[in-house]
Design a protein around this ligand. Sequence first.
Ligand code: NDP
Length: 308
Amino acid sequence: MTILYKASAERAGQWAAAFARQAPGVPFRIWPDIGDPEAVEYLLLWQPPERIAETFPNLKMVFSVGAGVDQLDFSKLPPGLPVVRMLEPGIAESMAEFVCMATLMLHRDMVAYLDQQRRRQWREIQVQPGARRRVGILGLGQLGQASLAKLRPFGFPLSGWNRSPRQIEGVACFTGADELPAFLAQTDILICLLPLTEATRGILNARLFAALPPGAAIINVGRGGHLVEADLLAALETGQLSGAMIDVLDPEPPPAEHPFWRHPRIVMTPHIASMTRPEGGAAFVLETIERHRRGLPIEGLVPRGQEY
Ligand code: NDP
């Protein structure tokens, strides 16, 4: 069996080293050096190649190198082919760290202070107690829950919103479209950790911003497609929103003339909120292959039709 890697060329060497350490006997190839296509049983990828079924007749499983699978066009994948999203623990750990950093930056007015520094302005902003800064997360999946757990010691009142009901100790949980307005009305810092689907595309829009308390701030670590950029700019202009931490855009990178690059109320990072660690990723892939061989349930298997 061969595992074929088709994702970031810069990180390919790290993945190859991780597989070589953990499974020295397993052939690991890096796209476009595919070798014998009939030997390829597992594809570890970001974007799939064209004509996947014809090219790799013995393919048993596809792994996304990331936790999200919105980059995949499922209509081009053979219907019975299992697709597994990456669930190595480093993803949740680094996302939770980033969410804490971004939340604290907004809570302690760092977006405003960075702007002040650029303008050589020395001006205090009154500190708000953490107990009065309400933090809410859209999407209570593995990353939303890991982030809430890491946020807990800071003492922010925490809440979350999700499609299906959740019960999380110390977190006010809201469910479905009916409860979205109530959730938003009590959220000062809103974090998007939803998957990008037809239902969630454009969810960070003018209507949603208007339902937040005036002066609220947002953190988008979901996908660029969640955000209506013009609506964010308008909400920052009126002061309805006070700041935004934006880690994901559509497209990435944004063009040189994009208004976010120089916006005084936006801090932008290049989709680094969390990163799959090859060591953990290789362990997850190898364990999943073993479980698949033994007919055991597979974690991270993406239900066809749901596609996240
Ligand atoms: P999960 O699948 O574990 O969680 C997604 C959650 O969102 C689920 O609880 C799901 O609810 C909920 N959800 C889905 N659709 C809706 C909807 N229409 N309305 C309300 N809730 C909904 O995903 P992860 O937590 O692992 O990842 C979330 C996203 O984070 C990824 O899809 C990816 O886009 C992004 N990401 C960003 C990274 C970055 O570096 N910026 C890195 C990794 C991921 P239910 O359980 O009811 O279906």
